[in-house]
Design a protein around this ligand. Structure first.
Ligand code: PLP
Length: 418
């Protein structure tokens, strides 16, 4: 059958043999998916999810009981007091932007303690000049880098004690950097330390790519607010856009006032038919995240065998769905990304080329043959074309399709060598 996809027996055997070695790890992932599925189904039942909640509102979206039910369910699953879950949130970057502008005021300090945040936040914060940045409103930014893949606790505590820090920003996933992902355990420890010296500072988590990878959410270990995208983990590949901001009630309300307008806040915002897909996405998400993790583990194991540097390694603990592959040269990286595209469901006949993207500095190659544009819970692979030529692989709605994609990508690299 694999011949149909242009995959040789050599690649098929390589993958199938690797699969045998990694199968025992899949069991633990399935258990986590089961645990998180229980969270989801009990939230659905607690809020008596009914067909009426699938109806749609238009215009202002007043009195939308479906939207309220969706937000109650997301809050419950995430361990939040309240949640803002909206189609009007365009992306993860937008969700983070709304949250930052909602909580910060002139002369406040935003302190990032996991190094530099995601590239698209450069202009939001003002690390790169932009007339609409936080900086342009007089909001200051400071950063403390990670130390040996963990928080620099001493520096962080010293800075928090000096005062004027309004918000601590913690990005868990690595973005386009090579550091490791921040686990719930690490989060729990640093939050405990911060709370020993300061009870007021808002602890905000960029939770993109981390949802449902572990059993516990950042809010359950003391974070105040978490932010993420619905075309990543929690949308389960079903949500066609949207984002969420969840946590302390007063913060979610501030975010609502910023997303719409002061005085209207969370009370407005039509659902335009999204309630059902948001909930269906959440319903699928634990299993879809598990498939993505299995796909990443397979890629990690095979590419390491082929001599590339990978992170995490196949048997490492994981806190997000991202797999890093260091190709060391642009040719292999581009070939691999093209192969992922050729193994996709949509636009498999197209070859991605490195190009400029709004919000990013280097040329980026993005392989994504997804049903939803830019969805990275669907199998996708991307990265900036700069040394050491690292690709970031993520997603896979089912393990089977994920495996096919990896095979096709490896085939693409192997074909070069012939
Ligand atoms: C994807 C991502 C973002 C931005 O989300 P977009 O939807 O791409 O705007 C921000 N932070 C992290 C860690 C991400 O992975």
């Amino acid at each position: 059958m694999y011949e149909k996809l242009g995959i040789t027996t050599e690649v098929e055997e390589l993958i199938n043999n690797t699969e045998k070695e990694i199968k025992p790890i899949f069991e633990k992932i399935d258990k986590t998916a089961e645990f998180n599925s229980i969270k989801v189904i009990s939230a659905f039942q607690k809020y008596k999810l009914s067909e009426i909640h699938f109806t749609s509102t238009t215009g202002y979206g007043y009195d939308d009981i479906g939207r309220e039910c969706v937000e109650n369910i997301f809050a419950d699953v995430l361990g939040a007091e309240d949640a803002l879950v909206r189609t009007q949130i365009v992306s993860g970057t937008h969700a983070l932007t709304v949250a930052l502008f909602a909580f910060l005021r002139p002369n406040d300090v935003m302190l990032s303690i996991a190094g530099k945040p995601y590239d698209t936040l450069d202009k939001v914060i003002g690390i790169k000049e932009n007339p609409s940045s936080l900086k342009s409103f007089g909001i200051n930014y400071e950063q403390i880098d990670l130390k040996e893949n963990n928080f620099d606790t001493e520096k962080i505590i010293e800075r928090v004690k000096r005062g004027n820090v309004k918000l601590i920003h913690i990005q868990r996933s690595r973005g386009y950097s090579l550091r490791e992902t921040i686990s719930i355990e690490q989060l729990k420890n640093i939050i405990l330390e911060i709370r020993k010296v300061n009870n007021e500072v808002i602890i905000m988590i960029d939770n993109c790519y981390c949802e449902f990878v572990e059993r516990t959410t950042p809010l359950e270990v003391g974070a105040d607010i978490i932010v993420g995208s619905l075309i990543k983990n929690l949308g389960g590949g079903i949500a066609t856009n949207g984002g969420y901001i969840a946590g302390k009630k007063y913060l979610v309300e501030l975010a609502g006032e910023r997303l719409t307008s002061p005085g209207q806040g969370k009370e407005v915002g039509p659902t335009n038919g999204a309630n059902k897909i948001f909930l269906q996405g959440l319903y699928m998400a634990p299993s879809v995240v598990a498939s993505s993790l299995k796909t990443a583990i397979l890629a990690s194991a095979v590419l390491e065998k082929m001599g590339y540097k990978v992170s995490p390694q196949f048997n490492d603990n994981r806190s997000d769905i991202v797999q890093i592959i260091e190709f060391g040269n642009p040719e292999d990286m581009i070939r691999y990304c093209k192969g992922i595209q050729f193994g996709s469901a949509v636009n498999a006949h197209c070859a991605p080329e490195p190009s400029d993207m709004p919000g990013y500095t280097d040329k980026i190659i993005m392989a994504s043959g997804s049903f939803t544009q830019g969805s990275s819970i669907e199998l996708s692979c991307d990265g900036p074309i700069r040394p050491p030529f690292v690709a970031f692989l993520q997603g896979g709605l089912t393990y089977q399709y994920g495996k096919i994609g990896i095979m096709r990508a490896i085939q693409e690299i192997k074909s070069k060598n012939k």
